[in-house]
Design a protein. Structure first.
Length: 414
């Protein structure tokens, strides 16, 4: 370290330079949420602004008693290199109670970190992230007076700033790992449940067709109920699986040009019986020569199916559902493509209350309307539809008046 840091009789210029430097270090510390990168920023700052030329930093697992994920910078290398894990038993000075940084002698550390034997003195700082989780920083010194008081004071400031950044990065890692474990569990459960559901559906179909003997009307009603609930469970499992893939960014899309009319006709065909049973009038408002959209065909069908299904479920008997599409300049997303196909699904159903509108795309949210809560659903469909739309370069939104109906809109690039 040179004259970057103010002395007791510091000038305004020295104070300004010092504060600017600490702000620069803060920006670097918070530029990443990866704890290993944050640790490396801290080590580089410590070496850049002190007379120490070598150092190492890594995480300490107090439960396993291991210093691991160590990165070190030596005078022979201009960049960081990994170091082998070190057992805490090899560091007789280590203690969880090592609250204050200190300079101490350890003749075993050079061999453990593969640095020159002359560096037997070390500046040691320990940072507690949570119980039994720490970060250990060491700066390797040729003699104990290598760090003047001014540099020790700087390191104290650096430690204070870095501790907050390290804890934030560690909490982000814990959260990320927890979400990953949750999604892996969901994927596993979804896969395991599909097999018995397929078996149940298969046997229910055999029984309902009379292949295992004559079935009376009451038994047929039971089998219809079984089949209905199997479909509900299958849909819920698929939604959970899709949401898991979306959150882990593991969902793969096959994007290509697709005919809007073909996709819409396929969706409407699959809901013909539903519309007829519920006495709903269905209207299609799409020009026959509308341009193709650039998307994953199956996922576009999934988005439209979700919106059409909701419109059918939440519109009283005798109501109306409109599905439309038109080519428009992309006024909804200034950062997106210049032109899009604007889709909409309009119904004359229950509508959405102002209180519920702010939560419609949240996971598992079903609203507060008791009429809707009595209708089966996973509470994931809209969230998945919105995520899929955005993954394919579009936007999704809605407008609604309670008691008058709802229109969901989304765009797809062309």
């Amino acid at each position: 370290m040179t004259d970057d840091f103010p002395t007791d009789d510091r000038t305004e210029d020295e104070i300004s330079k010092y504060l600017s430097l600490m702000q620069e270090i803060d920006r670097a510390l918070y530029a990443t949420r990866d704890i290993n990168s944050t640790m490396l920023v801290m080590l580089e700052a410590a070496l850049t602004h002190t007379h120490a030329s070598m150092g190492a930093i890594g995480r300490v697992d107090g439960t396993e008693k291991i210093w691991e994920e160590i990165r070190q910078i030596t005078s022979e290398a201009n960049q960081s290199t990994p170091a082998d894990r070190v057992k805490l038993a090899e560091l007789p000075w280590f203690s969880k109670g090592l609250r204050e940084p200190r300079v101490l002698q350890c003749t075993r550390l050079p061999a453990l970190l593969n640095i020159p034997e002359a560096y037997t003195w070390h500046y040691i700082a320990l940072f507690e992230l949570e119980a039994d989780e720490f970060v250990l920083l060491t700066l390797h010194l040729a003699h104990p007076e290598q760090l003047p008081d001014l540099e020790v004071a700087f390191l104290a400031q650096l430690n204070e700033h870095a501790l907050v950044a390290l804890r934030h990065a560690y909490l982000y890692k814990v959260l990320k790992d927890t979400i990953q474990e949750k999604n892996e569990f969901i994927s596993f459960i979804s896969h395991e449940l599909k097999t018995p559901l397929t078996v149940i559906k298969g046997y229910a179909d055999i029984l309902s067709k009379g292949m295992a003997g004559e079935v009376n009307d009451e038994q047929r009603d039971y089998l219809v109920t079984i089949a209905h609930n199997v479909r509900r469970m299958s849909t819920f499992i698929t939604d959970l699986s899709d949401q898991s893939y979306i959150e882990t960014k593991a969902l793969r899309l096959q994007v290509e040009a697709n005919s809007v009319n073909e996709v819409v006709n396929e969706v409407l065909q699959s809901y013909t019986v539903t519309f007829r049973t519920r006495g709903l009038q269905v209207h299609k408002q799409i020009p026959p020569d509308i341009v193709d959209v650039w998307c994953d065909r199956l996922r576009l069908i999934q988005i439209l199916s979700n919106l059409v299904s909701n419109a059918a479920k939440y519109t009283p008997e005798g109501g109306q559902v409109v599905i439309g599409a038109e080519t428009n300049p992309n006024k909804w997303d200034p950062d997106g493509v210049a032109e899009v196909v604007h889709f909409w699904v309009e119904d004359t159903g229950f509508g959405i209350s102002p209180e519920d509108q702010a939560h419609m795309f949240e996971k598992f949210y079903r609203g507060s309307d008791t009429r809707k809560l009595n209708i089966p659903g996973s509470g994931l469909g809209l969230r998945i539809a919105k995520s899929l739309t955005e993954m394919m370069g579009g936007k999704m939104w809605f407008d609604s008046q309670q008691g008058e109906g709802t229109t969901f809109h989304f765009t797809m690039p062309i």
